[in-house]
Design a protein around this ligand. Structure first.
Ligand code: T6T
Length: 327
Protein backbone atom coordinates (compact mmCIF):
# COMPACT_ATOMS: atom_id res chain seq x y z
CA UNK A 1 0.00 0.00 0.00
CA UNK A 2 2.85 2.37 0.77
CA UNK A 3 3.60 4.55 -2.26
CA UNK A 4 7.09 5.76 -2.93
CA UNK A 5 8.68 6.17 -6.32
CA UNK A 6 12.38 5.43 -6.74
CA UNK A 7 12.92 9.10 -7.41
CA UNK A 8 10.95 9.94 -4.30
CA UNK A 9 13.03 7.52 -2.23
CA UNK A 10 16.30 8.99 -3.47
CA UNK A 11 15.11 12.50 -2.87
CA UNK A 12 13.92 11.46 0.56
CA UNK A 13 17.37 10.28 1.57
CA UNK A 14 18.84 13.58 0.41
CA UNK A 15 16.22 15.61 2.21
CA UNK A 16 16.50 13.56 5.38
CA UNK A 17 20.21 14.18 5.45
CA UNK A 18 19.82 17.85 4.72
CA UNK A 19 17.04 18.74 7.08
CA UNK A 20 16.42 16.27 9.83
CA UNK A 21 17.93 13.39 11.73
CA UNK A 22 14.41 11.99 12.25
CA UNK A 23 13.40 8.68 10.74
CA UNK A 24 10.72 8.39 8.08
CA UNK A 25 7.13 7.94 9.23
CA UNK A 26 5.90 4.41 9.93
CA UNK A 27 5.70 2.26 6.83
CA UNK A 28 2.77 -0.01 7.73
CA UNK A 29 0.02 2.54 7.02
CA UNK A 30 -0.39 5.51 4.71
CA UNK A 31 0.70 8.64 6.58
CA UNK A 32 -0.89 11.98 5.78
CA UNK A 33 0.62 15.11 7.32
CA UNK A 34 -1.56 18.12 8.07
CA UNK A 35 0.39 21.37 8.52
CA UNK A 36 -1.92 24.12 9.81
CA UNK A 37 -1.38 27.89 9.65
CA UNK A 38 -0.63 27.66 13.37
CA UNK A 39 -1.34 25.00 15.97
CA UNK A 40 -3.13 27.00 18.68
CA UNK A 41 -6.00 28.40 16.60
CA UNK A 42 -9.51 26.96 17.17
CA UNK A 43 -10.05 27.02 13.40
CA UNK A 44 -7.17 24.60 12.77
CA UNK A 45 -7.93 22.54 15.89
CA UNK A 46 -11.40 21.98 14.43
CA UNK A 47 -9.89 21.17 11.05
CA UNK A 48 -7.66 18.58 12.74
CA UNK A 49 -10.72 16.92 14.28
CA UNK A 50 -12.37 16.55 10.87
CA UNK A 51 -9.13 15.25 9.40
CA UNK A 52 -8.76 12.75 12.24
CA UNK A 53 -12.34 11.51 11.71
CA UNK A 54 -11.54 10.76 8.07
CA UNK A 55 -8.17 9.22 8.98
CA UNK A 56 -9.88 6.90 11.49
CA UNK A 57 -12.52 5.90 8.96
CA UNK A 58 -9.91 5.14 6.31
CA UNK A 59 -7.28 3.53 8.54
CA UNK A 60 -4.56 6.06 7.75
CA UNK A 61 -2.14 7.77 10.11
CA UNK A 62 -2.67 11.52 10.50
CA UNK A 63 0.24 13.64 11.66
CA UNK A 64 -0.61 17.19 12.77
CA UNK A 65 2.50 19.34 12.90
CA UNK A 66 2.65 23.11 12.81
CA UNK A 67 4.21 26.32 14.06
CA UNK A 68 3.11 28.37 17.08
CA UNK A 69 2.31 31.43 14.96
CA UNK A 70 0.94 32.24 11.51
CA UNK A 71 4.16 33.10 9.75
CA UNK A 72 6.11 31.66 6.79
CA UNK A 73 9.36 32.08 8.74
CA UNK A 74 8.21 29.54 11.32
CA UNK A 75 6.07 27.40 8.99
CA UNK A 76 8.80 26.61 6.43
CA UNK A 77 11.10 24.76 8.91
CA UNK A 78 8.11 22.67 10.01
CA UNK A 79 7.39 21.85 6.37
CA UNK A 80 11.05 20.93 5.78
CA UNK A 81 11.00 18.60 8.78
CA UNK A 82 7.78 16.96 7.58
CA UNK A 83 9.18 16.48 4.05
CA UNK A 84 12.29 14.87 5.55
CA UNK A 85 10.12 12.25 7.24
CA UNK A 86 8.49 11.32 3.93
CA UNK A 87 4.75 11.27 4.54
CA UNK A 88 2.62 9.82 1.74
CA UNK A 89 0.86 13.17 1.27
CA UNK A 90 0.95 16.68 2.69
CA UNK A 91 -2.09 18.81 3.47
CA UNK A 92 -1.01 22.35 4.26
CA UNK A 93 -2.49 25.78 4.93
CA UNK A 94 0.29 27.89 3.40
CA UNK A 95 0.83 31.10 5.37
CA UNK A 96 1.81 33.16 2.34
CA UNK A 97 0.78 32.95 -1.33
CA UNK A 98 4.33 33.39 -2.65
CA UNK A 99 6.76 32.50 0.14
CA UNK A 100 5.52 28.91 0.37
CA UNK A 101 5.83 28.12 -3.36
CA UNK A 102 9.49 27.05 -3.40
CA UNK A 103 9.37 25.23 -0.04
CA UNK A 104 6.35 23.25 -1.25
CA UNK A 105 7.99 22.51 -4.58
CA UNK A 106 10.57 20.51 -2.59
CA UNK A 107 7.79 18.20 -1.45
CA UNK A 108 6.45 17.92 -4.98
CA UNK A 109 9.94 17.20 -6.35
CA UNK A 110 10.37 14.50 -3.70
CA UNK A 111 7.25 12.76 -5.03
CA UNK A 112 5.01 13.79 -2.13
CA UNK A 113 1.55 14.92 -3.30
CA UNK A 114 0.55 18.35 -1.95
CA UNK A 115 -3.00 19.53 -1.29
CA UNK A 116 -3.59 22.99 0.15
CA UNK A 117 -6.35 23.50 2.67
CA UNK A 118 -7.83 26.84 3.79
CA UNK A 119 -5.19 28.97 2.05
CA UNK A 120 -3.52 28.60 -1.35
CA UNK A 121 -0.26 29.38 -3.13
CA UNK A 122 -0.01 31.33 -6.39
CA UNK A 123 -3.46 32.04 -7.77
CA UNK A 124 -5.01 28.98 -6.12
CA UNK A 125 -5.90 27.57 -9.54
CA UNK A 126 -3.99 24.31 -9.74
CA UNK A 127 -3.22 21.62 -12.33
CA UNK A 128 -3.59 23.90 -15.35
CA UNK A 129 0.00 23.78 -16.56
CA UNK A 130 0.21 27.55 -16.11
CA UNK A 131 2.34 29.53 -13.70
CA UNK A 132 4.90 28.28 -11.23
CA UNK A 133 2.55 27.29 -8.44
CA UNK A 134 -0.02 25.00 -10.03
CA UNK A 135 1.55 21.73 -8.81
CA UNK A 136 -0.72 21.11 -5.77
CA UNK A 137 -3.36 18.53 -6.59
CA UNK A 138 -6.28 20.31 -5.01
CA UNK A 139 -7.46 23.28 -2.95
CA UNK A 140 -10.09 22.69 -0.27
CA UNK A 141 -11.50 25.77 1.44
CA UNK A 142 -14.27 28.26 2.05
CA UNK A 143 -15.15 30.70 -0.73
CA UNK A 144 -13.43 33.62 0.95
CA UNK A 145 -14.50 36.33 -1.52
CA UNK A 146 -18.10 35.30 -0.90
CA UNK A 147 -17.41 35.29 2.84
CA UNK A 148 -16.23 38.89 2.62
CA UNK A 149 -19.37 39.82 0.70
CA UNK A 150 -21.54 38.16 3.35
CA UNK A 151 -19.69 40.13 6.03
CA UNK A 152 -20.28 43.40 4.17
CA UNK A 153 -24.01 42.74 3.88
CA UNK A 154 -24.24 41.91 7.58
CA UNK A 155 -22.28 44.99 8.66
CA UNK A 156 -24.19 47.30 6.30
CA UNK A 157 -27.46 45.96 7.73
CA UNK A 158 -26.23 46.46 11.31
CA UNK A 159 -25.33 50.13 10.69
CA UNK A 160 -28.42 50.95 8.61
CA UNK A 161 -26.46 51.22 5.35
CA UNK A 162 -24.55 54.37 6.32
CA UNK A 163 -21.36 55.40 8.03
CA UNK A 164 -17.69 54.64 8.47
CA UNK A 165 -16.34 51.12 8.85
CA UNK A 166 -12.98 49.44 8.41
CA UNK A 167 -11.46 45.98 8.00
CA UNK A 168 -9.26 44.59 10.77
CA UNK A 169 -6.99 42.19 8.91
CA UNK A 170 -3.92 40.02 9.48
CA UNK A 171 -1.18 40.81 6.93
CA UNK A 172 -1.20 41.26 3.16
CA UNK A 173 -0.19 38.13 1.21
CA UNK A 174 -2.49 35.61 2.91
CA UNK A 175 -4.94 34.26 0.34
CA UNK A 176 -7.94 33.84 2.63
CA UNK A 177 -7.87 37.17 4.41
CA UNK A 178 -6.89 39.06 1.24
CA UNK A 179 -9.93 37.59 -0.49
CA UNK A 180 -12.26 38.39 2.42
CA UNK A 181 -11.16 42.02 2.32
CA UNK A 182 -11.57 42.06 -1.46
CA UNK A 183 -15.11 40.62 -1.26
CA UNK A 184 -16.05 42.99 1.58
CA UNK A 185 -14.89 46.09 -0.28
CA UNK A 186 -16.46 44.98 -3.58
CA UNK A 187 -19.84 44.37 -1.95
CA UNK A 188 -19.77 47.74 -0.17
CA UNK A 189 -18.74 49.56 -3.36
CA UNK A 190 -21.41 47.86 -5.47
CA UNK A 191 -24.41 47.88 -3.14
CA UNK A 192 -23.86 50.22 -0.20
CA UNK A 193 -22.87 53.70 -1.42
CA UNK A 194 -23.60 55.19 1.99
CA UNK A 195 -20.86 53.16 3.65
CA UNK A 196 -17.34 54.59 3.76
CA UNK A 197 -14.64 51.93 4.12
CA UNK A 198 -11.63 53.42 5.91
CA UNK A 199 -8.05 52.18 5.55
CA UNK A 200 -7.47 48.55 6.54
CA UNK A 201 -5.60 47.96 9.80
CA UNK A 202 -3.15 45.03 9.75
CA UNK A 203 -2.62 43.39 13.15
CA UNK A 204 -0.17 40.52 12.37
CA UNK A 205 -2.69 38.01 13.76
CA UNK A 206 -2.36 39.58 17.21
CA UNK A 207 -5.66 40.32 18.96
CA UNK A 208 -3.97 42.90 21.22
CA UNK A 209 -2.81 44.84 18.16
CA UNK A 210 -6.32 44.64 16.72
CA UNK A 211 -7.80 45.99 19.97
CA UNK A 212 -5.36 48.95 20.10
CA UNK A 213 -5.98 49.68 16.44
CA UNK A 214 -9.75 49.80 17.03
CA UNK A 215 -9.22 52.42 19.69
CA UNK A 216 -6.86 54.43 17.49
CA UNK A 217 -9.27 54.37 14.53
CA UNK A 218 -12.10 55.40 16.87
CA UNK A 219 -9.99 58.25 18.27
CA UNK A 220 -9.45 59.53 14.72
CA UNK A 221 -13.08 58.85 13.69
CA UNK A 222 -15.49 59.39 16.60
CA UNK A 223 -18.32 58.63 14.14
CA UNK A 224 -16.96 55.11 13.45
CA UNK A 225 -19.93 52.77 12.97
CA UNK A 226 -18.51 49.32 12.44
CA UNK A 227 -15.63 46.93 11.97
CA UNK A 228 -15.18 43.69 10.06
CA UNK A 229 -12.73 41.33 11.77
CA UNK A 230 -11.43 39.29 8.84
CA UNK A 231 -10.30 36.31 10.89
CA UNK A 232 -10.52 34.94 14.41
CA UNK A 233 -7.82 37.06 16.08
CA UNK A 234 -8.74 40.21 14.14
CA UNK A 235 -12.38 39.87 15.15
CA UNK A 236 -11.65 38.97 18.76
CA UNK A 237 -9.26 41.90 19.12
CA UNK A 238 -11.58 44.36 17.38
CA UNK A 239 -14.45 43.29 19.65
CA UNK A 240 -12.23 43.69 22.72
CA UNK A 241 -11.26 47.15 21.47
CA UNK A 242 -14.91 48.13 21.09
CA UNK A 243 -15.61 46.96 24.62
CA UNK A 244 -12.57 48.76 26.06
CA UNK A 245 -13.72 51.95 24.31
CA UNK A 246 -17.14 51.60 25.97
CA UNK A 247 -18.78 51.33 22.55
CA UNK A 248 -20.39 47.90 22.78
CA UNK A 249 -23.49 47.82 20.56
CA UNK A 250 -22.62 51.27 19.17
CA UNK A 251 -19.63 50.32 17.03
CA UNK A 252 -20.98 47.17 15.39
CA UNK A 253 -18.78 44.11 14.91
CA UNK A 254 -19.01 41.42 12.24
CA UNK A 255 -16.62 38.55 12.90
CA UNK A 256 -15.16 36.04 10.51
CA UNK A 257 -14.73 32.71 12.34
CA UNK A 258 -16.66 31.26 15.23
CA UNK A 259 -14.64 30.23 18.29
CA UNK A 260 -16.52 30.23 21.61
CA UNK A 261 -14.72 33.46 22.60
CA UNK A 262 -16.53 35.26 19.77
CA UNK A 263 -19.83 33.40 19.88
CA UNK A 264 -20.16 34.19 23.61
CA UNK A 265 -20.25 37.86 22.66
CA UNK A 266 -23.31 37.50 20.41
CA UNK A 267 -25.74 37.39 23.33
CA UNK A 268 -24.28 40.55 24.90
CA UNK A 269 -24.58 42.47 21.62
CA UNK A 270 -20.84 43.15 21.41
CA UNK A 271 -20.66 41.06 18.21
CA UNK A 272 -23.56 41.14 15.73
CA UNK A 273 -22.69 38.23 13.48
CA UNK A 274 -20.11 35.43 13.48
CA UNK A 275 -19.45 33.87 10.08
CA UNK A 276 -18.51 30.29 10.82
CA UNK A 277 -16.42 28.45 8.29
CA UNK A 278 -16.62 24.66 8.22
CA UNK A 279 -13.02 23.72 9.08
CA UNK A 280 -13.91 20.16 10.08
CA UNK A 281 -15.17 19.59 6.53
CA UNK A 282 -11.97 21.08 5.12
CA UNK A 283 -9.91 18.60 7.17
CA UNK A 284 -12.20 15.67 6.41
CA UNK A 285 -12.21 16.21 2.66
CA UNK A 286 -8.50 16.95 2.71
CA UNK A 287 -7.74 13.49 4.09
CA UNK A 288 -10.33 11.81 1.85
CA UNK A 289 -8.87 13.53 -1.21
CA UNK A 290 -5.30 12.56 -0.33
CA UNK A 291 -6.39 8.98 0.31
CA UNK A 292 -8.33 8.81 -2.94
CA UNK A 293 -5.30 10.04 -4.86
CA UNK A 294 -2.92 7.66 -3.09
CA UNK A 295 -5.15 4.70 -3.89
CA UNK A 296 -5.33 5.47 -7.58
CA UNK A 297 -8.50 7.53 -7.84
CA UNK A 298 -8.93 10.92 -9.45
CA UNK A 299 -9.91 13.85 -7.23
CA UNK A 300 -11.52 17.26 -7.78
CA UNK A 301 -8.99 20.07 -8.14
CA UNK A 302 -11.12 22.29 -5.97
CA UNK A 303 -13.59 21.61 -3.18
CA UNK A 304 -15.59 24.44 -1.63
CA UNK A 305 -16.98 24.19 1.87
CA UNK A 306 -19.74 26.42 3.16
CA UNK A 307 -20.52 28.94 5.87
CA UNK A 308 -22.98 29.15 8.73
CA UNK A 309 -24.06 32.63 9.76
CA UNK A 310 -24.42 32.72 13.54
CA UNK A 311 -26.39 35.42 15.36
CA UNK A 312 -27.90 35.71 18.84
CA UNK A 313 -31.22 34.53 17.36
CA UNK A 314 -30.02 31.16 16.04
CA UNK A 315 -27.01 30.35 18.23
CA UNK A 316 -28.93 27.96 20.47
CA UNK A 317 -30.18 25.88 17.53
CA UNK A 318 -28.08 22.67 17.63
CA UNK A 319 -27.93 22.64 13.83
CA UNK A 320 -26.17 26.01 14.03
CA UNK A 321 -24.24 25.51 17.27
CA UNK A 322 -22.51 22.43 15.84
CA UNK A 323 -20.42 24.81 13.71
CA UNK A 324 -18.92 26.61 16.70
CA UNK A 325 -15.22 25.78 16.66
CA UNK A 326 -13.57 23.38 19.12
CA UNK A 327 -11.07 24.97 21.49
O1 T6T B 1 -9.74 32.46 9.45
C1 T6T B 1 -8.95 31.32 9.69
C2 T6T B 1 -8.29 30.88 8.40
O2 T6T B 1 -9.30 30.68 7.43
C3 T6T B 1 -7.32 31.95 7.91
O3 T6T B 1 -6.65 31.51 6.78
C4 T6T B 1 -6.33 32.32 9.00
O4 T6T B 1 -7.02 32.67 10.18
C5 T6T B 1 -7.89 31.67 10.72
O5 T6T B 1 -7.12 30.54 11.02
C6 T6T B 1 -8.52 32.14 12.01
O6 T6T B 1 -7.56 32.55 12.94
Amino acid sequence: MKRRSLFGAAALVALSTAFSPLAAYAQDKLTIALIPGLTTDAFYITMQKGAQAAADALGVELVFQGAPDFNPVTQVPVLDAVIARAPDAILIAPTDTTQLIEPLRKAHDAGIPVITVDTFIGSGVYQTGAGDADFPLAYIASDNVLGGRIAARALAAAIGGEGKVYVSNVNPGISTTDQREEGFKAEMAEFFPGVEVLETQFNENDANNAASQLQAVFARNPDLKGVFGANLFSALGAANGVQQAGQSGIIRVVAFDAPTSIVDNLSTGLVDVAIAQHPAEIGYYGVVSAYAHLTGNSIPVSIGTGFTIITKDNVSDPEVAKYIYSD
